[in-house]
Design a protein around this ligand. Structure first.
Ligand code: DC
Length: 227
């Protein structure tokens, strides 16, 4: 049987990390984990409970009441759960998006989520996307991909996604939110988004899904051969 590896996919918001990660996991029979969804679920909890997300002590205390997990839906796709209930759709709204970077920079939140992510990856065969997967969560991942795309392309993609869901948003709001999150994600003290020399860089501004998938699959095959 072919050896299993862990695949870390990091990069800025709305670069299509999830799309690629899902496609790779499906084709390889691996588990796909959207680590951003976990930070979004925590953020949703804070918003619902009225916790001030800028108050680190209040967030830390509230974390004692948060359990994040995953379950399969009827289509066998993994959905993030908050205290046992799927919140897959609620975590994608603009309120959560506008607060999640604040929550994700808090140490106690990260420690709890990283421990969970590492436990999921223990047996290999995981494709996880996020910001610190190849640097902090799985520093020994056999394949690390850093995804990037131009800000315009990313804003357009997220806009189309939210419009399709029926959200009342403007392209300008989306672009501002992306810029805000990029700045916080890359400059925060705890596990900032950074790229080390062991990453493969995938700029998909001008690549379609099939081309990006083919490129990544080549890298996967090389990585598996190296195990
Ligand atoms: O990938 P996303 O846009 O759903 O991520 C939501 C937020 O969570 C993003 O602003 C950064 C944060 N995040 C993080 O800090 N670490 C991760 N591993 C994944 C996401």
């Amino acid at each position: 049987m072919q050896k299993k590896i862990n695949i870390a996919i990091d990069g800025y918001s709305s670069c299509g990390k999830g799309t690629l990660a899902k496609a790779l996991a499906k084709s390889l029979g691996y588990v796909f984990i959207d680590s951003g969804a976990m930070y979004r679920a925590v953020t949703l909890f804070m918003l619902r409970e009225g916790v001030d997300v800028n108050d680190e002590d209040a967030v830390s205390l509230a974390m004692e009441r948060v359990v994040v997990g995953f379950e399969k839906n009827a289509e066998q796709q993994s959905e993030v759960t908050l205290n046992g209930v799927s919140v897959e759709s609620e975590i994608r709204n603009i309120e959560v998006a506008s607060k999640v970077s604040e929550v994700a920079k808090i140490a106690v939140v990260r420690t709890k989520m990283v421990a969970l992510q590492q436990a999921i990856g223990l047996n290999k065969g995981v494709v996880m996307d996020g910001r610190d997967i190849g640097t902090v969560v799985f520093p020994d991942a056999e394949l690390k991909i850093f995804m990037t795309a131009s800000q315009d392309v990313r804003a357009q993609r997220r806009f189309a996604e939210l419009l399709a869901k029926g959200d009342d948003v403007t392209l300008e709001d989306i672009a501002k939110n992306l810029e805000h999150r990029d700045t916080i994600d890359a400059n925060r003290e705890n596990s900032p988004l950074t790229m080390t020399s062991d990453y493969r860089v995938l700029d998909n501004s001008h690549l379609d899904r099939d081309a990006q998938f083919a490129l990544a699959m080549d890298w996967v095959e090389t990585a598996i051969q190296g195990v």
